[in-house]
Design a protein around this ligand. Sequence first.
Ligand code: PPY
Length: 494
Amino acid sequence: MATISLQEIAQHDKKDDLWVILYGKVYDLTQFLPEHPGGQKIILKFAGKDATKAFERQHPPSIIDQYLSPDVCIGQAEVNNEEEELQEEETEEDKRVKLAREKMPRLEEMYNTFDFESVAKNILKADAWGYFNSGANDEISMRENHNAFHRIWLRPRVMVDVANIDMTTKMLGDKTSFPLYISATALNKMAHPDGEKTLAVAAGNQGVIQMIPTLASYSIDDIVGARIHPDQPQWFQLYVHKDRSIAKRMVEHAESKGIKGLFITVDTATLGRREKDMRQKYVHEGPAELQGEELNREGGVATASSGIIDMTLNWKDIAWFKSITKLPIVLKGIQTWEDAVLAARYGCAGIVISNHGGRQLDFAPSPIEILPEVMDALKREGLENSLEVYIDGGIRRGSDIFKAIALGAKGVGIGRPTLYAMAGYGFKGVEKLLQLYQDELEMCMRLMGARTIADIKPEMVDTRNLKDHFVANPTDYLAKNAYEKMVPRGNISK
Ligand code: PPY
């Protein structure tokens, strides 16, 4: 492999002629630039330079071979012996984070999922918080996901022997300690240095299933390798790459690693508009850096459209997936009963009713709101036993799990809470988080007179207000803050 001088590399620093150094090798990223799921700006920032440090903060080294063809690697970067490793200066933000971490409450002081979130808000770097926390547009769906649970009330049954509660259940045939799984969230290293490996450990210790994301910060091999016992089940979430040979390779690799379920994300033909994330990026790089990009302010960690995801994905592709894998296929991101029925007819093993944590289409309904109509439709069509129904989004209390099970879900997924818990407290934090959910569910079942998961019935919940969005109006915070009162001239005080 040819050795290329640093001077030479530095000259290839333009959008249409773009080289970067990663792990001592030189890559020509000109073609890849528009396809980068994390947007173009972050790559442009390192045009002609060494991007290894920034890359490492989010990605596993293996992702290079996964997404780039071998000919993109054009040589070895000359080793710069003269230049001392520059000690990175502590930024204002580093200081703020350090101080916040010193003042962090003890893990024992975490009483619920929201406590972890408020700690994470203080201790995460602004770009990580912006990326994880952001919902789409006005974040109405994001808030609605949890708020909708507030419109379901409970009908507790008493005089039931509830001395022993059994919360165990099965998901895609594997036993779990209670009906909750850790859903896929991208780039976990931004929350904790051990990223998704942290979740593998916590999931194993608490007896729940972890869904491994396509856009993980560690390789699938590392995350599978981090399990605490060999039969610990894990699932794989797939973004269908527009190059189907890459998609096929990913699925086959997941299957060879003993993954138990393939969760295909179907709600991301294009990426939602996550403004907190976008603003963060804008603040960081400043307008000067955007010159030559037509002042395109799109794209924080997530961009307005992602080059790698196949927009042509459609129902006919299910047959293709079935031809390349024996894994049970679950569609993640179903949002209507019509599509739930189609998923069953196309032979999927399950669906996740999800609006992607309110990060995609704002005003997509909350999963808990449409769960009853999905179950009704499946029953109407005689399909209720042909697939498993999961929901994710806004699950923050044990009673939320109870309500979802009562309305027909096999289990629920959680996303952001695991990021927040590991950000502050690593795997111990995630274990505590899972324990809180489990304890709350146990207490809820006891007070509801339900001894087992099978005892949780639809008649235990009152859903009469579920469709009544006017009960609690979502607040449009941005509009509210921007609103200026009209003051009649005569009233202006001098
Ligand atoms: C998300 O951020 O919601 C994701 O699912 C990950 C992602 C990030 C960037 C491009 C595509 C998907």
